[in-house]
Design a protein around this ligand. Structure first.
Ligand code: PGA
Length: 252
């Protein structure tokens, strides 16, 4: 089965609204066709409504970087997945290692978020990945499959077929240290076999798995050539329009 690649920027807590709008203006008419690749920007929640408006008619897809798992209520400061869905955007990133580490998100929270996002008709981009310590102890496969099992708990086969999973080794995020193409492919393969074990071959062949961690325009082609890598989640190299477009150059 051929899976459509998905290249997603993750801006994290960067940019102002005017900078975000200038970025949209710079990329919106220069993106490859969404028949070949999904071109996504994950932006701070504050910018999503204006960006959803200004990207109209272009191939640019949008992701929130997080959401809560309840649709409404007394949860001061959180963003509702129903409200995000109403903006007409496509994805919500969940379980990024920075959210797990600094905001104490657990696998259970992430699982609830995945369910709420699907219930609102959006697609989660579910992140997983191990620390340097776990990597050096040779426990990556065990650790990442446990994160996937917990994150997918109770999701249906149909939902998991549409899911995007991002494998991001924490030691490669923002460090300039990319995992080798082989290591990235091997662990994305572990993610795929975990999905196969839980949901069967058809679902595991459909789920899209991204690699993330210091991906650059110069390194993307080698990563994307790997069997189990269907895309990339890119922080630093997605911040400038020129560099984001360069990540997509191979699909033009
Ligand atoms: P990086 O970030 O590309 O800057 O390493 C990736 C991420 O955290 O999603």
């Amino acid at each position: 089965m051929s899976r459509k690649p998905i290249i997603a920027g993750n801006w994290k807590m960067n940019k102002t609204l005017s900078e975000a709008q200038a970025f949209v203006d710079a990329v919106k008419n220069n993106l490859p066709s969404s028949e070949k690749v999904d071109s996504v920007i994950g932006a701070p929640a504050l910018f999503l409504a204006p960006m959803a408006y200004s990207r109209q008619g272009s191939e640019l897809q949008l992701a929130a970087e997080n959401s809560y798992f309840e649709n409404a209520g007394a949860f001061t400061g959180e963003n509702s997945p129903a409200a995000i869905a109403d903006l007409g955007i496509e994805y919500i990133i969940i379980g990024h290692s920075e959210r797990r580490e600094y905001f104490h998100e657990t696998d259970e929270d992430i699982n609830k978020k995945a369910k709420a996002i699907f219930a609102n008709g959006l697609t989660p981009i579910l992140c997983c990945g191990e620390t340097l310590e776990t990597f050096e102890a040779g426990k990556t496969a065990e650790f990442v499959s446990a994160q996937i099992e917990a994150g997918l708990e109770g999701l249906t086969a149909e939902q998991v077929s549409k899911l995007v999973i991002a494998y991001e080794p924490i030691w490669a995020i923002g460090t300039g240290k990319t995992a080798t193409n082989e290591i990235a492919d091997e662990t994305c393969g572990v993610v795929r076999s975990t999905v196969e074990k839980l949901y069967g071959k058809e679902v595991s062949e459909a789920v899209r798995i991204q690699y993330g961690g210091s991906v650059k325009p110069e390194t993307i082609e080698g990563l994307m050539a790997k069997e189990n890598i269907d895309g990339a989640l890119v922080g630093g190299a997605s911040l400038e329009a020129e560099s984001f477009l360069a990540l997509l150059e191979i699909y033009k």
